[in-house]
Design a protein around this ligand. Structure first.
Ligand SMILES: NC(=O)C1=CN([C@@H]2O[C@H](COP(=O)(O)OP(=O)(O)OC[C@H]3O[C@@H](n4cnc5c(N)ncnc54)[C@H](OP(=O)(O)O)[C@@H]3O)[C@@H](O)[C@H]2O)C=CC1
Ligand SMILES: Nc1nc(=O)c2c([nH]1)NC[C@@H]1CN(c3ccc(C(=O)N[C@@H](CCC(=O)O)C(=O)O)cc3)C=[N+]21
Length: 291
């Protein structure tokens, strides 16, 4: 069997055009969604993402506000910038690019963002709402993975899902979303014994580790759906956490890197910004952009 390639890039482009249509409809009511992105320091990869986010934000007709702060920015200075964005009615979504320089307290910064403007879904209030099945802002990368899975599989109910990785930004919220769709969910991590054996049970395998080509073909249940979240820059270029060639020969479907989950993350950031804008204006959630 050769796996079907799940084209995240194409799916994301379709999603963005649907978002653009909704933004155009809001313009008729005098509403323009606004997304503020805050970048502290000069990490080259982060600069690339921030530039790409700004471009796509403008392309769907939203207002983009970019704030670049020097690496030596103090905690209080960053907090006062967030206060200012919290209070600004033109800003519907706030994203503070991670990782932050080491002297800054990441969880204090993320908690300072108003939960209703927290389009990354990293605020503890949104994590708690997701975990308890309430209306939340859902982290973009797991939301994008869920959209691809639902599109490919229809129902996830009763399927065995294995998530490798337990970070607060990918692994844990991914597991919550799969559970919410009634999958039987296992979360694996660096202490998991016999990872290959655990993975072989998976009808759905999500790899969010940060280790190039770690997941091998003989870890895969024949016909499984494999979602590769990993973004690893190597001498061979950008690769995922999944060994694409060996896994492709066994899986039923697989997301490539690049062109899989990455573009979905940015499209879901715009989706969350639109959702946040609708909610603050007392409008119903846009169709199909929330879990
Ligand atoms: N495509 C996209 O849009 C995005 C991609 N990413 C990418 O996804 C990957 C994961 O990101 P993130 O969650 O932030 O990373 P973290 O480093 O925060 O988490 C990595 C997780 O992988 C686990 N892990 C590490 N080594 C192993 C191992 N040998 N076997 C099993 N599990 C292991 C860790 O376990 P433990 O907890 O025990 O240490 C941890 O839970 C990265 O490549 C990142 O670049 C991230 C965000 C968005
Ligand atoms: N507050 C915050 N929110 C984030 O969502 C966030 C963050 N910080 N810090 C960094 C990670 C990483 N991330 C990616 C987004 C898009 C691609 C993406 O579009 N990737 C392209 C390739 C781009 C390239 O060539 O580098 C692809 O996979 O096809 C990848 C990774 C968001 N993150």
């Amino acid at each position: 069997m050769t796996a079907q390639i799940i084209d995240g890039k194409a799916f994301a482009a379709t999603l963005r055009s649907r978002i653009a249509a909704e933004v155009a409809a809001l313009a008729g009511r005098g509403i323009t969604p606004g997304l503020a992105v805050v970048l502290v320091g000069e990490d080259p990869a982060s600069q690339v993402y921030v530039r790409s986010k700004g471009k796509m934000t403008r392309e769907v007709g939203m207002a983009s506000f970019e704030h670049r702060l020097p690496a030596e920015t103090l905690q209080d200075e960053l907090l006062s910038m967030i206060e200012q964005l919290n209070a600004d009615p033109a800003v519907n979504g706030i994203l503070v690019q991670l990782p932050l320089p080491g002297h800054l307290d990441e969880s204090a910064i993320l908690s300072a963002i108003l939960p209703e403007k927290d389009v990354d879904g990293f605020h503890i209030m949104n994590a708690g709402r997701l975990a308890t099945g309430q209306k939340a802002m859902v982290p973009c990368t797991p939301l994008g993975c869920l959209m691809l899975l639902r599109d490919h599989l229809g129902s996830l109910s009763g399927l065995n899902a294995v998530v490798i990785g337990r970070s607060n930004i990918v692994g844990k919220p991914m597991a919550q979303l799969l559970l919410r769709d009634s999958a039987t969910v296992s979360i694996a991590h660096s202490r998991t014994k016999d990872l290959a054996v655990v993975c072989r049970q998976a009808d759905i395998l999500v790899a969010a580790v940060g280790r190039p080509n770690m997941v091998m073909g003989d870890w895969i249940k024949p016909g499984a759906t494999v979602i590769d979240v990993g973004i690893n820059r190597t001498e061979e270029g950008l690769v995922g956490d999944v060994d694409f060639d060996s896994v492709r020969a066994v899986a039923g479907a697989i997301t490539p890197v690049p062109g899989g989950v990455g573009p979905m993350t940015i499209a879901c950031l715009l989706a969350n910004t639109l959702t946040a804008t609708a909610r603050v204006n007392g409008l119903p959630d846009p169709e199909g952009l929330t879990p």
